[in-house]
Ligand binder design. Structure first.
Ligand code: UDP
Length: 400
């Protein structure tokens, strides 16, 4: 499969080595968090990153651009009210196509599994520009969940030339689907690089500093939930369990930065508003969020990125999902899968309140998702690919 992809894409590029142009595309908060350290590393290693935002989630992105020091060169500005995946897909492909023609990048880097990611990969593939997929090889095993992300991941795998896998398990998933080993690079997840950079220059707002002071001595639960699969009854039942748990235990508080999605807002308002020791916040910038995670007793989340970050801070996490494409956290003992039954969430909360053994043990476990060097490994893999064909390292490179 991949050999014919090599043939299709031709045999390299004519641009002089010093001017290699790498188009980096993102559209949502997690993509930006995970690509910011790659952009910084590209600059550091004298590449010319061309930073393109689709603005799929415009409002959520804006504060992060500032705190992560990312300057957008081109904004496709696709976001509109009630957008469907097809709106985003078609608008990103149309907007990006013009840029690909004008700018002729040597490679396009996309991250993860959003509709922006798929659109970027498709647009580049159709222009015969090699695609580098950051965070390749995640699989839930269920094409319907997460939707449409699982399908996006698999489709991107088919058309990418470089697969930057975070873990060995991700590499294995790719090999199982017939991806050639020489096109897979196990790098760790760049979210860990981003987290390290942010911890080095943590700037906590007054609001969060005050909240941490106000809840001192409490067992803080940090909650995030916003995935489509969680909407409706599943989300309401989980929020009810959390509300009851906080009510029963006077030394527990719940801190929840509420995602702007109207489904999340409505359920939260109905179930959690106005309760003692429940703190409902607007989405936080990364610094504030990590400061709260550091101060938490337990994290409860359906987020992918949060599953990968929590172990770097030694924090135990209950995964509010039926399945997870990040089983490494469960295998390592840093997270537990709640599944679809809210009663199980209640059980896990009570169990761990009564017996701190698991929560204490997590502090000692290294993060299975990365060590903070992923961005460097990604850029080195690109460098090796672009190296003149006479250099010895060529044997390890991909010929496109
Ligand atoms: N995050 C944040 N502020 C918040 C909630 C989350 O900075 O209020 C960060 C979090 O640290 C993680 C990322 O957003 O790096 C996760 O994004 P999200 O949950 O939106 O997406 P997912 O990871 O599920 O794709």
């Amino acid at each position: 499969m991949m050999d014919s992809l090599d043939t299709l894409l031709g045999n390299g590029h004519t641009r002089p080595r010093a001017g290699r142009k790498v188009l980096v595309l993102f559209g949502t908060r997690p993509e930006l968090i995970k690509l910011a350290p790659v952009i910084a590393e590209l600059r550091q290693q004298n590449y010319r990153p061309l930073v393109v935002s689709s603005s799929q989630h415009k409002g959520l992105l804006a504060p992060f651009l500032k705190s992560l020091n990312v300057d957008v060169d081109i904004d496709l500005d696709v976001m509109k009210a009630d957008q469907s995946p097809n709106d985003v897909l078609s608008n990103v492909i149309a907007g990006l196509d013009r840029i690909l023609v004008d700018e002729m990048p040597d490679v396009v880097l996309v991250q993860g599994d959003t509709t922006t990611t798929l659109a970027g990969a498709l647009a580049a593939f159709n222009r015969k520009i090699p695609v580098g997929h950051v965070e390749a090889g995640l699989r839930s095993g269920d094409i319907a969940s997460p939707f449409p992300e699982e399908a996006n991941r698999r489709l991107i795998t088919l058309i990418a030339s470089f697969h930057f896998a975070a873990t060995e398990q991700n590499r294995q998933n790719l090999l199982d689907e017939g991806v050639s080993d020489r096109q897979i690079f196990v790098t760790g997840n760049t979210v860990v690089d981003s987290l390290h950079a942010m911890l080095d220059r943590l700037r906590v707002s007054d609001e969060i500093t005050d909240l941490i002071a106000e809840t001192a001595g409490q067992k803080r639960i940090l909650l995030t939930t916003h995935r489509r699969e969680s909407f409706g009854d599943a989300m309401s039942r989980n929020l009810e369990v959390l509300a009851r748990f906080v009510e029963r235990h006077e030394n527990v508080s719940l801190i929840f930065p509420v995602h702007p999605n109207p489904n999340v807002r409505a359920a939260t308002e109905a179930i959690l508003a106005g309760r003692d020791r429940v703190h409902l916040l607007e989405p936080l910038d990364h610094s504030d969020f990590l400061a709260l995670m550091k101060a938490s007793w337990l994290v409860v989340s359906d987020s992918g990125g949060v599953q990968e970050e929590a172990p770097s801070l030694g924090k135990p996490l209950l995964v509010l999902r039926e399945n997870t494409e990040r089983p490494e956290g469960i295998a390592a003992g840093v997270s537990k899968l709640v599944g679809s039954d809210a009663a199980r969430l209640e059980e896990l909360l009570e169990e761990n309140y009564a017996d701190p053994a698991w929560i204490d043990s997590v502090k000692q476990i290294p993060n299975p998702f990365g060590d903070g060097t992923a961005s460097r490994r990604i850029v080195e893999a690109l460098r090796s690919h672009f190296a003149p064909k006479t250099e010895p390292e060529v044997a390890r490179t991909v010929s496109l």
